[in-house]
Write a protein that binds this ligand. Structure first.
Ligand code: UT7
Length: 319
């Protein structure tokens, strides 16, 4: 599906973090680890815990709707990316829709840490079908499926929510120039949680596969954009917003792709790995810091359990 010529913009962005903070120093009290090791090996200083997926998604969506200046009647669809849904069935999205006063379609996307980028591209498809405005939210209460006594996983994960109002841009100034989604189910066993259990991970293998997946998806997205006739290269990208599980994963992939950390939006020192919520939260943080201007190229890159991966290149035309 070509995206050439489709007007696409993120007209409002919002995020939410629970108040309660769990620092590396807190973890030292009951885990055989140190603040120094966690910072050096992951880049994480603390993570937020508490609240719920529904609450964090609702707050992030409300803030995104306020930023876009739209109300419940303006939203055609709610897509919720989450690895930590409230129930096996039903999805969490209908409860979030109820909290927001929406009666449109509402569904969960289970693509782990790639979920919000999957949501962005699915929204793009629905805009092509004639929808006008779609809420794409990533929200997680990963503390419910994290063993904070296991130093292989407990140091990494935290809670949070981030959302964007995604809408058709009639002027065509904002666009999704290229995108890529992928998966490889041969790697289910390297990061998973069984029903009623906590996350289990082969960290080293996830690290290796993540670096490969990032390179592949970024190259595919740039190829789609250039094949569609857009004269763009990675050098032209103003800001890259990657999923953040471990800063060394991003640094390793960037080295191979020739990308600079200066052009990268990082939040994980404060948040840890918030799975589907990371990318929209980092986007919101970048907007607050005035790091994105209209006309800029912004590259979103996700990867995670499944394995899944995805990326999207957007010509920014925000509110
Ligand atoms: O969203 C996607 C999901 N997750 C990820 O992307 C995570 C990917 N993986 C990682 O981030 C890293 O593999 C970890 C942070 C999980 C582990 O880091 P690592 O550099 O791969 O450590 P390692 O497992 O190779 O362990 C190195 C050493 C070992 O000690 P020895 O055998 O060399 O004496 C570990 O026992 O570090 C030790 N170690 C720790 N020490 C202090 C492992 N975890 C810890 C810890 N604190 N938390």
């Amino acid at each position: 599906m070509s995206t050439n010529g489709l007007g696409f913009r993120l007209s409002g962005v919002g995020s939410a973090l629970p108040e309660k903070v769990l620092t590396n120093v807190d973890l030292q009290a009951w885990m055989d680890t140190t603040d120094e090791w966690i910072r050096e090996r992951t880049g994480i200083g603390q993570r937020h815990i508490g609240s719920s997926t529904t609450e964090l998604a609702t707050l992030a969506c409300q803030r995104a709707m306020d930023a876009a200046g739209v109300g419940p009647a303006d939203i055609d669809l709610l897509l919720l990316a989450t690895t930590s849904p409230e129930h096996i069935c039903p999805g969490t999205a209908p409860a979030v829709a109820r909290e927001l006063g929406l009666d449109c379609g509402a569904l969960d996307i289970q693509a782990a840490c790639s979920g919000w980028v999957y949501g962005l591209t699915i929204a793009n498809g629905f805009l092509l079908q004639g929808m006008k405005r779609i809420l794409v939210v990533g929200a997680e209460a990963l503390d419910k499926i994290t063993d904070y006594h296991d130093r292989g996983t407990g140091i990494l994960f935290g809670n949070g929510g981030g959302a964007a109002v995604v809408e058709a841009d009639p002027d065509g100034e904002g666009q999704m120039l290229g995108w890529d989604l992928g998966s490889d189910g041969n790697y289910v066993h390297i990061l998973y949680a069984e029903h009623g259990d906590v996350l289990k991970m082969d960290g080293k293998e996830v690290f290796r596969q993540a670096v490969k997946a990032i390179q592949r998806t970024v190259n595919n997205t740039m190829k789609m954009a250039t094949d569609a006739g857009h004269d763009v290269s990675l050098d032209d990208v103003a800001l890259i917003i990657p999923h953040q599980a471990n800063i060394r994963i991003v640094e390793s992939a960037w080295k191979k792709l020739g990308l600079s950390m200066d052009k990268t939006a990082m939040i994980l020192e404060n948040t840890g790995n918030t799975s589907g919520a990371t990318i929209p939260m980092a986007l919101h943080d970048s907007l607050i810091k005035d790091r994105i201007q209209n006309g800029d190229l912004v590259l979103f890159v996700g990867f995670g359990a499944g394995m899944t991966w995805g990326s999207a290149l957007v010509r920014w035309n925000g509110s």
